[in-house]
Design a protein around this ligand. Sequence first.
Ligand code: NAD
Length: 340
Amino acid sequence: MTHTITLLPGDGIGPEVTDATLQVLEATGVSFEWVRHEDVGTAGVEQHGTPLPEHILASIRKNTIALKGPITTPVGKGFKSVNVQLRQKLDLYANVRPCITMPGIETPFKKVNLIIFRENTEGLYSGMETYDERHDIADSVARISRKGSERIIKFCFDYAEKHGYDLVTVVHKANILKLTSGMFLDIARTFSKDYPKLKFNDRIIDNMCMQLVVRPQEYECIVTTNLFGDILSDLCAGLVGGLGVVAGANLGDEYAVFEAVHGSAPDIAGQNKANPTALIRSAELMLRHLGEVRAADAIRKGLVDTFEKGACKTPDLGGSASTSSFAAYLSERVKDNMGG
Ligand code: NAD
C-alpha cells in the first residue's frame, strides 16, 4: 500500500531535516507518495501574496496527513504564524509532544517520561489582538471554550488510559485567571472522576516549571492550555536532550500534521548541522498513526542503537556528525532492522 502524504519542508533548517527524514523513511521500505509544497511562509507571500495558500490546505484535507518542517514567523510584525493557522483551520486541537529520555543521550535526569498535551487552537493564540492608538494600549484575548477544553482534556485522559500511564496533571493559572484557566481546571477535575484508575492532580504553571526542573520523574501526562503548553514543551525538551530530539503531532478528528517541536533555527540554517532526530521521531509517530508499526519500531531501535553506541551525534548532542551523515548512518541501521 502506498501512503499519500502532504510534505511541507518549511524553511530555515526545515529542508535539511526533511531530506534527512525522507532518507530514513525510505530505508523502512514503506511506500510513500509525497505531495510536496515549498510555497508556504515567506515563500508563499512572495509567490502567492499569502503565507498559507489555499491549495496547501486543500492538499492536507485531501490526503488527511502531512509531515511538516518548521516555518519561520516574523517576530513582532508581519504575517500571522502559518503553524498556528494550520492548527486552527484544520482544527488540529491536540498537540501531543512526548518528552522521553532516550538511552545514549546524556541528560541531567534519567528516566523522564513526560507527554505534553497542549490545547492547540485557542487560548492566547486565538489571534484576537487589538491596539488602541489613542491610549497606546494593546490587548490580547485568551479565549477558552468549554468545547475546546473538554476535547483536549478527554484526549489526554483517554491517551493516558490507553497507553498505561498512571497520572494526569492539569497545568493552569486559575488563581489569577479565574474564568479562563479556572474553567479549564474545573473541566479537568470533572473529567478525572470518569477515569478512576488514573491519578489526577493540578499544578499552577509557575510552580510546575520549578517542579519539572527539579523532579520531572514525578510527572507523566500533562494537559494544559495553548501558551503554557508551548512553553512547557520547550522546557521539557531541555530535560531530555534539547529541541533537536523532541517530536510532535498535531491531531484533530479528521486530519493529522506531524512536526518537530523546534522552530526554523535560523542561527544554524544551511550549515548541515541541525539534528534531524526530532523530525525523524515525528515521522515515527506518523508511521504509528498509519499502522506501520514495524517500520516505526525499526526507526526507534535504529535511533537507540545509534545513540547508545555514541557512533554518530550531531553538534547539539556533543558530536560532530552533519545532518546528512547522521541520516545516512541511521538509514543503514533502519535497513538492518527491517531485515534488508
Ligand atoms: P528554534 O526552535 O528555531 O531554535 C531555538 C534554539 O534551538 C536555537 O539555538 C537552535 O539552533 C536550536 N535548535 C532548534 N532545533 C534544532 C535542531 N533540530 N538541531 C539543533 N539545534 C536546534 O526557536 P526560535 O529561534 O525561537 O525560532 C525560530 C523561528 O522558528 C521563529 O520564526 C519561530 O516563530 C519559528 N518556530 C516555528 C515552529 C514551527 O514551525 N512549528 C515552532 C517554533 C518556532
